[in-house]
Write a protein that binds this ligand. Structure first.
Ligand code: KG4
Ligand code: ZN
Length: 345
């Protein structure tokens, strides 16, 4: 007899995307709906929590309905409701958590809570049957930059993380300095294609020989000084810069971030004798980073197998939530209806 497939409805509202997805058996994407709030936050140059929360409230019901319709499933075919309940903006997370708890109660389906960062890592495992161990995972997003040793989707050991700004945050802040539109990451990547990565020698902070932590705030400040002068008393030169000069700064900044991400991942992989490297999170959508990581893994002796999240599932989405929740479902790891959101992961 054919084994019953497990359909999970996943919800994601940790920051500025309202997302719902239906995933079968943790890997077959039956639907994925993402309502982005970029337009709402654009004029503030960053995510405004209160606005994000209200937009989630407005969108959560239509997004869930659309995900169910596109998947062609009714509530009877859903086996569990999953939600990312941490880390993130509490007043944003609470919308997804409340919706998931309500559906769980009304439909009589189990509730599953997942960690948003661990879900980012799961995006890199979507197509993978068997994870060859040891595996090191780099998660680079707007709020976090973390290295893990991954034994399975549910067994992660934190090896290092940022002591100040996250990589995506640095991209966004540098984009603001360069007066590029929000969100910064994709716009820096776009203009950097026209620039020279060697044009400006920005600092690469490695925090000592053995450290697996990251620091990007010095790099961000170096870009600021480059544009406004060491004492910050000088004129903001960005308005008078040519497009080429801005492209050169963007390319040089991007190269510095990528250099650090690659060096630290290499360090971690060598330390644990990794066979596999996983890459996920919003910044993993960056093609230059993807290519640099691919080259690093190919050149390592012996080579490391690289698993990168598909571009569509690098930035926030609910497929990664439903996919990770499948593993929790199989392990019987359910959440109570008293589940709460938490800002920290
Ligand atoms: O994972 P994500 O969607 O949200 C968080 O969990 O934070 O990541 C968003 C971050 C933003 O900082 C955005 O600028 C960055 O990912 N990002 C990129 C690119 N696409 C998104 N950074 C560099 N290059 C990109 N192509
Ligand atoms: Zn994220």
């Amino acid at each position: 007899m054919e084994q019953k497939r497990i359909n999970i409805l996943g919800l994601e509202t940790s920051c500025d995307e309202t997302a719902a997805a239906v995933v079968a058996d943790g890997r077959e994407v039956r639907s994925s709906v993402v309502a982005s709030q970029t337009k709402l936050h654009e004029k503030y140059g960053g995510v405004v929590p209160e606005i994000a929360s209200r937009a989630h409230l407005e969108k959560i019901y239509p997004v869930i309905t659309e995900a169910m319709e596109r998947a062609g499933v009714g509530r009877d075919q859903i086996d569990a409701i999953a939600v990312a309940n941490q880390p993130g903006l509490t007043i944003a997370l609470v919308v997804g958590v409340t919706a998931a708890k309500t559906l769980s109660f009304m439909w009589g389906k189990p509730l599953i809570a997942v960690n948003h960062l661990h879900a980012h890592l799961q995006s890199a495992l979507l197509s993978e049957e068997q994870l060859e161990l040891p595996a090191v995972a780099l998660i680079v997003s707007g709020g976090h930059t973390c290295l893990y040793e991954a034994d399975s989707p549910l067994e992660l050991r934190l090896l290092g993380s940022t002591i100040d700004d996250a990589a995506g945050e640095a991209f966004d802040k540098v984009a603001t300095i360069l007066k590029l539109p929000y969100p910064g990451g994709p716009n820096i990547e776009k203009i950097a294609r026209k620039g020279k990565a060697q044009a400006v020698d920005f600092p690469r902070s490695l925090l000592g020989r053995d450290s697996l932590d990251f620091s990007f705030s010095g790099l961000k400040t170096a870009v600021l000084y480059h544009c406004r002068g060491q004492d910050m008393q000088g004129q903001d030169r960005v308005d008078s810069m040519s497009e080429q000069e801005i492209a050169d700064i963007a390319a040089s900044f991007q190269a510095a971030v990528i250099d650090v991400l690659i060096k630290k991942t290499k360090r971690a992989a060598e330390k644990i004798g990794a066979k596999t490297v996983l890459l996920g999170g919003g910044v993993a959508a960056n093609s230059t980073l993807r290519e640099a990581m691919q080259q690093t893994c190919e050149r390592s002796k012996p080579p490391w197998r690289l698993l990168v999240a598909p571009k569509a599932y690098c930035t926030d989405n609910a497929v990664m939530v439903a996919s990770l929740a499948y593993h929790k479902h199989q392990a019987g790891l359910f959440a109570p209806l008293t589940l709460e959101p938490s800002a920290n992961g």
